[in-house]
Design a protein around this ligand. Structure first.
Ligand code: SF4
Length: 186
């Protein structure tokens, strides 16, 4: 996983450079919304994955469609008809369009409903003041915390979750080290 600090640096640079060069930027990182709001002093916000805009209407809209769009403004349909919140969550199958109308899946899936409820976010994402315009990457939260509404460890504001994961990975690595290898390292 890309370091959360490195991601933050890239997103900041992206905003600064795109503003300077006046180019449109699309980012799939939900945190880009937080970065744009913070760096612009509240003037601009990247509504969902689109470019930052100083338009007050876009700003208001970002509160509803901002950040991770999985199950909120898009979904993925696999070649076999399986519907998932996004392509990065292939194991979260919420229905299949061969047997159920997409509209019914879209409107009734409990998973989609959970994803649309930012008040249901857990940990640091749940407490975060940027949760409506960002909400964190739900695929990454699921992959690393086991919960689709868990905190996104890829965010610079979620240091505690990130450190727990890194520590866990280190422990797992050490668990596979043989006594002979451990002696060599020591
Ligand atoms: S803590 Fe969560 S909601 Fe807040 S900026 Fe980070 S990823 Fe987004």
């Amino acid at each position: 996983m890309t370091s959360r600090l490195r991601r933050e640096k890239v997103l900041k640079k992206l905003y600064v450079e795109s503003t300077r060069r006046k180019v449109e930027v699309y980012s799939t990182a939900p945190q880009y919304a937080r970065v744009t709001v913070t760096l612009s002093g509240g003037r601009e916000v990247a509504a969902t994955h689109f470019t930052a805009s100083a338009d007050p209407v876009i700003g208001a809209l970002a509160e509803y469609i901002g950040g991770c769009g999985a199950g909120r403004i898009y979904a993925a349909i696999e070649p076999n008809g399986d519907v998932t919140p996004c392509v990065f969550m292939p194991s979260v199958v919420v229905g299949n369009v061969r047997y159920t109308e997409f509209r019914e899946i879209w409107e009734r899936s409990p998973v989609f409903r959970a994803l649309r409820n930012r008040k249901a976010l857990e940990g640091s994402c749940g407490r975060c003041g940027f949760r409506y315009i960002c909400g964190g990457c739900r695929a990454r939260a699921l992959a690393y915390t086991g919960s689709i509404t868990g905190p996104d460890p890829g965010c610079v504001m979620n240091r505690d979750v990130w450190e727990r994961i890194v520590l866990h990975q280190r422990v797992e690595r050490w668990a596979t080290v043989t006594p002979l290898e451990a002696q060599r390292v020591a």
